[in-house]
Every structure is written in C-alpha cells, then in structure tokens.
Design a binder for this molecule. Sequence first.
Ligand code: HEC
Length: 106
Amino acid sequence: MSRLLIALMLLPALAGHAIADPAAGRSIAKKKCQICHGIDGIAKIPIAPHLAGESQIYLETQLKAFRSGKRKNEMMSVVSKSLTDEEITNLAEWYNSIQITATIPE
Ligand code: HEC
C-alpha cells in the first residue's frame, strides 16, 4: 500500500486533533508553570517533578487527569483547572521538546 494511501486513511483519525505549537506552550509555561517547574522543565521546588524531555503523551495524560480530578494535588489541581485541551497539548509539546542528558554516577 502506498504511503499516500495510508496517510489518507489516517486523516479522519487525526481530524479535530489540535496541531501542537511548542512556542505557544512556552509562553503559557512562562506565565503559569515556570515558578515551580522552570521554563526549562527543571524543577525549582523540591516537591515538583522535572518535566524536561518527558513524553508528550505522559504530560498530556497527567495534565488532563489533574484537570478532571482523577489525579489530585493541591497545587496542580488549581493550576490545571483553567487550561484548555489546546493549551495542554502545547504545554506538553514544549516540555517534551527540551533535550536532556543524564549522567549516571561511576
Ligand atoms: C505552585 C507550583 C506549581 C505550578 C505553578 C505548576 N506545577 Fe505542575 N506540579 C507541581 C507539583 C508539586 C507536582 C507534583 C504533584 C504530585 O505530587 O502529584 C506537579 C506535577 C506536575 C505534572 C506531573 C508530572 C509527573 O511526573 O507526573 C505535570 C505534567 C505538571 N505538573 C505540569 C505543570 C504545568 C504544565 C504547569 C503550568 C501550566 C504546572 N505544572 C504548574 C507544582 C506546580
């Protein structure tokens, strides 16, 4: 089967799915997330996790879980409440796009 045909078959599944815009995610992160998670995704407070390089799907799932109340945290439940699906996708794209390296101890 040609690639074009496969792409055409996938189109309906993708319709309605927002196209991620990491630059838009960055500007939301600057206003709403940076104080705890950093603009670079490296946590600034000890109880917040690092988000840099985390997978898009994981970040999106967690943000939606906080927003719906499925996952609870006194800070994140408040922060996520006002986020739209599009903003969540863009935030997830921003933090996912940050390149990280890990250095393990000798
Ligand atoms: C006031 C501090 C604070 C702010 C602001 C904040 N967070 Fe968080 N965030 C936390 C804490 C604390 C946790 C850990 C929650 C827990 O223990 O379950 C967390 C967890 C998360 C997680 C889950 C990560 C994981 O590893 O499971 C995501 C995703 C996340 N935050 C994204 C964001 C985004 C995106 C924003 C901005 C819209 C944001 N946070 C703003 C404090 C904050």
